[in-house]
Write a protein that binds this ligand. Structure first.
Ligand code: URA
Length: 430
């Protein structure tokens, strides 16, 4: 096939055939279709879009570029173990996988969760878990199956042979302005998720300032596209659209988020984190055919905490070890005359500031700091006193405070009334 002809057909708005798409992905993976040619094709896709049939061909070609996990025949105590996975499209303070995987395992499903690292202003589940002393992200396939049968949950890194075409294409998209495309995002996410071999998949599609999809229309279209790809591949797939205008919970950053997840597993934690964890658990269990399970009860009776401890220990981690803390903390306060109610806390700005502090990466090869991140003292709807604490910035590199504060400029609004009509009165965070 002629690479230039394939690129030109997409450039001119034609629908590519299944054979053309499969050839381009296979040729790119083997090195016969150059980076510059793939970059041109990706840009043509961003500008011209893809039909449902083209998107399905792309996802399936990317998945076929590597191996697919076989999770059939998982058993515990002689009974078949249903599998259920979830994927979030990425947010700020989104630590939900941490309490969710052990919670769903405690309710009787097996959760095979291959996770990623921080991307741009959004956090990465593996970076968070690696803040637990001893915890390892790499789990060989045989141990993966064993842990699923024994513990019921594995959160680990995808092997290099899982959808390698996506890894190469994603790196190219990252440096060519071709990330923001619904067919490309859907095919990228689903090629990895469908290669994992789970029977049921729940997608948490984020919408808002801190998400890749900032408007509800695009988020809905992304959700529909991914649900169609999953369903057509024979995986029971559903999606929830959830808000990402404000960070989830009260912490953003690796060890800070692990500590908050442990609070949730201990029966406490911020209400928004608990609510989303339980909602996603219900959806995963229903999709896996376990409708009668009660995730709220398993959080309350300690069963989810027990699974968490076993899940962390199985991957070399010490669930009782103290978590690393940053060496320096700087407090962002309300202006001396600005008592009131927080009306807005911009998720993207908080995510960007946390990345600058060291919770994410500033460039290829950068290392994350386990203790870096942001603690939120006043969320939207909560009162703050004049000069009261809004945020604590944590880092081992205090020279980054100024840039983090700059990223936060204009990110917090304080008014006389909160979003739900909470009056600014006496008191508040001090
Ligand atoms: N996450 C992915 O895995 N791929 C995308 O394209 C965007 C977010």
């Amino acid at each position: 096939m002629d690479p230039v002809a394939v690129i030109a057909r997409k450039r001119d708005g034609h629908e590519l055939t299944d054979a053309e798409i499969r050839w381009a992905v296979a040729a790119y993976t083997s090195g016969a279709f150059a980076d510059v040619q793939m970059a041109a094709l990706l840009m043509a896709i961003v500008l011209r879009g893809m039909s449902a049939a083209e998107t399905a061909s792309l996802e399936s070609a990317m998945r076929a570029s590597g191996t697919t996990a076989d999770l059939t025949g998982l058993r515990r105590g002689g009974a078949r173990l249903p599998t259920a996975d979830k994927h979030s499209t990425g947010g700020v303070g989104d630590k939900i996988t941490l309490p969710l995987a052990p919670l769903v395992a405690a309710c009787g499903a097996a959760v095979p969760q291959l996770s990623g690292r921080a991307l741009g202003h959004t956090g990465g589940t593996l970076d968070k878990l690696e803040s637990i002393p001893g915890w390892r992200a790499d789990v060989p396939m045989r141990a993966f199956r064993r842990q699923l049968e024994d513990v019921g949950a594995v959160v680990c890194a995808a092997g290099a042979d899982l959808a390698p075409a996506d890894r190469a294409m994603y790196a190219l998209r990252d440096i060519t302005g071709t990330v923001e495309s619904i067919p490309l995002i859907a095919a990228s996410i689903m090629s990895k998720k469908l290669a994992e071999g789970s029977e049921a998949l729940v997608l948490d599609v984020k919408v808002g300032s801190g998400a890749f999809m900032t408007d509800a229309g695009s988020a809905r279209e992304l959700a529909r596209t991914m649900v169609r790809l999953g369903t057509d591949a024979g995986v029971r797939t559903t999606a929830l659209l959830t808000a990402m205008d404000t960070p989830l919970g009260r912490t953003v950053g690796n060890a800070l988020e692990v500590a908050e997840a442990v609070e949730v597993l201990a029966g406490g934690g911020p209400p928004d984190v608990v609510e989303l964890t339980v909602a996603l658990a219900r959806e995963m269990l229903a999709t896996a055919g376990l409708d009668s399970a009660d995730p709220a009860a398993r959080l309350a009776d300690g069963a989810a905490m027990d699974r968490w401890r076993r899940m962390i220990s199985a991957q070399g981690g010490d669930p009782d070890a103290p978590l690393p803390a940053a060496r320096h903390v700087d407090t962002v306060r309300a202006e001396p005359g600005a008592a009131g109610v927080v009306t807005r806390l911009d998720a993207r700005a908080v995510g960007e500031a946390a990345r600058i502090l060291g919770a994410g990466r500033r460039g290829p090869g950068d290392r994350v700091q386990a203790g870096a991140g942001i603690e939120i003292h006043a969320r939207p709807g909560e009162r703050v006193a004049a000069g009261g604490r809004l945020l604590s910035l944590h880092t081992d590199a205090p020279e980054r405070f100024a840039a983090a504060r700059e990223a936060l400029a204009g990110a917090i609004d304080i008014g006389p009334r909160g979003p739900a009509g909470v009056d600014a009165g006496a008191g508040g965070a001090g």
